[in-house]
Design a protein around this ligand. Structure first.
Ligand SMILES: Cc1cc2nc3c(=O)[nH]c(=O)nc-3n(C[C@H](O)[C@H](O)[C@H](O)COP(=O)(O)O)c2cc1C
Length: 345
């Protein structure tokens, strides 16, 4: 089974990730991963930290002579910005894990919560997602993401204007991102048990991204107001195309299984909780009214969240792909995939 763990604090020495279950003989370089790390750091609404960080991965294990060897892939992404690591604070930040985390883990210094709750961890997730994407690209399965809107503005020029204005006001903005995966075979995931439904895997993975507050697959919440006659994707067949649809309101998944159409996932991203103009709060230690602690922060996390969501969805699909066609080497998987495809037609 494909699985991963991450470790590392926001301003500690580095982020770590271990990917287990990746087949042998997949060509993999640090550049394959760095490309996505760089994309995660771009965005009009990004702040100062992104100019400092410029992430670069070091592949520590699992790759030899440019190819995976079937052993766990260890990744290290050094943090360049470490100067805050030893700076304690107690002014709880609304919208963050600060209050709940400090109480749950019995911490007096809220830094001990911030450091791991921070979305800096998503750099490790993006590194893992890049490997999942590389694996799937061997089968012509491709993953894309985009910003759908920021603050309700669907036009990039308009959302840039909104970001400029909001930055001046010391406020923050949310939005919606979309991930699409094309080239998927019919049959990833399963209808037979709740915890094998692929839509459930995707929803959990995307919802777990910091700041994501809603996840939709296909038509999503619009299913509640669309008549069945207009919602369901009618089936057609011809010899060249095989089974096909003229619409994709299901977002590529029916009954928890890929149906051969692109998987389409949207996520609603909340405005960043650390405002330059601080929110009202309470001090954890004195219990007196205070302003929330402010450290470097961006106007919006929507643009990077698209890249993070892309990684999260790619990982879940690669996991489902290996569950169906898994083998210890890329060649075994190619053979199994080809056998399945010839059976289908
Ligand atoms: C890529 C990315 C970057 C983020 N950057 C920031 C940030 O600079 N400042 C901030 O307050 N929150 C940021 N967030 C959001 C917080 O990490 C998140 O809101 C917080 O941990 C609370 O978790 P929750 O919103 O999921 O409940 C970012 C989220 C993502 C996905």
């Amino acid at each position: 089974m494909l699985r991963y763990l991450t470790a590392g604090e926001s301003h500690g020495s580095a982020l770590l990730a271990i990917l287990e279950g990746c087949p042998a003989n997949l060509a993999l370089s640090e550049d394959d991963i760095n490309r996505d790390l760089e994309r995660r750091q771009q965005g009009y609404a990004r702040g100062e930290r992104m100019q400092i960080e410029q992430d670069k991965v070091e592949i520590v294990s699992g790759v030899r002579n440019g190819k995976t060897i079937g052993s766990p892939i260890g990744l290290r992404v050094p943090n360049k910005s470490t100067e805050f690591f030893n700076k304690p604070f107690t002014q709880l930040r609304p919208g963050h894990a600060d209050l709940a985390g400090a109480i749950k883990y019995n911490q007096k210094d809220v830094r001990n919560i911030l450091e791991r709750a921070s979305a800096r961890e998503t750099a490790a997730k993006v590194a893992i997602g890049a490997i999942a994407k590389k694996l799937m690209s061997e089968f012509k399965i491709n993953t894309f993401s985009k910003v759908v809107q920021i603050a309700g503005e669907t036009d990039e020029n308009n959302w840039k204007k909104a970001i400029d204005k909001t930055r001046e006001e010391g406020d923050t903005l949310g939005g919606i991102v979309e991930v699409q995966v094309t080239g998927l075979p019919i049959g990833l995931g399963s209808h037979v048990h709740w915890d094998r439904r692929l839509d459930g895997w995707i929803a959990q993975a995307v919802m777990a991204i910091p700041a994501v507050k809603g996840v939709e697959i296909g038509a999503g919440f619009a299913v509640s107001v669309t008549p069945g006659s207009q919602l369901h994707d009618e089936l057609f067949f011809n010899k060249g195309k095989g089974f096909f649809r003229k619409s994709n309101n299901a977002g590529g998944i029916e009954g928890g299984i890929t149906n051969g159409e692109p998987v389409v996932v949207r996520a609603a991203v909340k405005p960043i909780a650390t405002l330059k103009k601080p929110l009202k709060s309470v001090d954890l230690s004195s219990k007196k009214a205070t302003e929330a602690f402010v450290e470097r922060s961006d106007v919006s996390a929507v643009e990077p969240a698209a890249v993070v969501a892309e990684a999260a969805v790619a990982f879940e699909l690669a996991k489902a792909f290996l569950e169906k066609f898994g083998g210890d080497s890329l060649e075994d998987i190619i053979a199994s995939f080809k056998a399945y495809q010839s059976r289908k037609s």
